[in-house]
Design a protein around this ligand. Sequence first.
Ligand code: NAD
Length: 318
Amino acid sequence: MSDRYLVTGAAGFVGSTICRRLAAAGIETVGVDCFTDYYDTTQKKDNLATIAGGSFRFVEADLTATDLPALLEGVTHVVHQAGQPGVRSSWGEEFAVYTRNNVELTQRLLEVARASDTLQRFVYASSSSVYGDAERYPTLETDLPRPVSPYGVTKLAAEHLCTLYASNFGVPTVSLRYFTVYGPRQRPDMAFTRFVRAGLLGEPINVFGTGEQVRDFTYVDDIVEANLLAADRPSPPGTVLNISGGSSVSLNEALAVLERVVGRELRIVRHDRTAGDVFRTGGDASRAAEVLGWRPAVTLEEGLAAQAEWMRGVLGTS
Ligand SMILES: NC(=O)c1ccc[n+]([C@@H]2O[C@H](COP(=O)([O-])OP(=O)(O)OC[C@H]3O[C@@H](n4cnc5c(N)ncnc54)[C@H](O)[C@@H]3O)[C@@H](O)[C@H]2O)c1
């Protein structure tokens, strides 16, 4: 049987980058998205427009409501990226959107995956936000996850569902805990998009907290590679892996790199820390190296240069 991929969240930042790579390889792929309004849908439509090739087909559908058995018919690999992202907006009334698009959606997909006789792998986009303020750095997959945001709670709940469906029904799940993804087409609410844009335009850059908060930044092509390896390489059902850039740097250090990349002094304005923001993330990715043979390949300087190049195109300044 030939491979047939289903990529959920195909119009999003990570999902569209995965689809572009699959389309370039001529792999039969169905991409699904419903263009949620978490950010400007024009960007999502632009993301989709960059996916070329006859092997790619797009279906506009809300995965919490659509006929999933029909969608998963003949599918060999599910690469599940759809979800409601963002830590800050996950408090308050918006939480219902998080439970629906992160938890209920994943449960619906798993139910159908459970009944499938063609499915070989179910890759789930989990998050470093499951760790919260972790007990140690670099954090291991076996360390106790204790999210500090409602968003993190929903990402962990969905990950637990993947593990449950694996242990009870043998659904071949692999959960990848992404650590801060960046690169071209990054979501507009994420720090680097705002920083790169402001840096190129000479506008003020708003930094929340002291800037000493440490992140393990991971370039989007490295994330794509991890997904494709997870889809392809054998791993025990229920596997959970850190996918982390390997270079923990503080926000202030990242801004210094950005200053070199954009070639001008940045105008930084500091604000108070926001509730739900963790002080540090840093993952030990040795298990991903062992199980998948995955290692991050792109340095922060190279990745930020690629993101700035893309942003110049968006701003029409290239
Ligand atoms: N970007 C990061 O740094 C990061 C870090 C850790 C985990 N993740 C996870 O990776 C995944 C992709 O993140 P992203 O940054 O590309 O986000 P994104 O918002 O750009 O992409 C998610 C896509 O899912 C779609 N979607 C949401 N609910 C849907 C539904 N009910 N039906 C159909 N489509 C739906 C949205 O319209 C969006 O296009 C998410 O699950 C996110 O939680 C991202």
